[in-house]
Design a protein around this ligand. Sequence first.
Ligand code: HEM
Length: 170
Amino acid sequence: MKLLRGLAGHPLHPPLTDVTIGAYTFATAMALLSRVGVSEHNTATAWWLGLIVALVVTVPTATAGFADWLTIPPETPLWRTATLHLSAMLTATVVFAIAAGAGHADYVDGTVGGGSLVLTLVGFVLLTIGGWLGGAIVFTYGMRVLKLVDEPTSRAISPLPLPEKEEAEV
Ligand code: HEM
């Protein structure tokens, strides 16, 4: 479980979220471009493949987030915010999965149908809300933030754990 959380000062969930959010954002942009007729067939293909890539990378992303979530004392404000984040992200994932499943015919035809576009946009709004809530976990509550302002650069960027600082973690 510790491996899934990453190292102190270098948690695993945040970099994975960049890849995941990037892939969903790409897919959403491709859906919009396809609908307005920009290289319609190619962008429809890119939309669907983007969704599949995003859904695949969601698995390790959500797993790393879950490993962090398990360490939060239940029923605290941080836990409630993190649980809202979890719910928003899992709902977004389900909506994107439905868009990909139901939109397979659109992928084959090379057009993004109205239903596929709506599902993709709804998923993206939920993803954005989830990202906002994730930001609160880190930047409001300071979860996984060490804030060792005097830490020498060589130690701060080191991939080695900072064991003596572990207690500073939330
Ligand atoms: C699509 C899946 C998910 C995405 C895109 C995502 C995105 C994010 C983002 C953007 C942050 C703020 C950190 C940063 O700015 O990089 C965050 C933090 C966090 N998320 Fe998620 N999240 C996902 C799934 C989950 C799940 C399923 C859980 C819990 C079961 C979870 C738990 C957490 C926790 C505990 C934090 C704060 C500490 C940390 O960085 O691990 N996340 N998430």
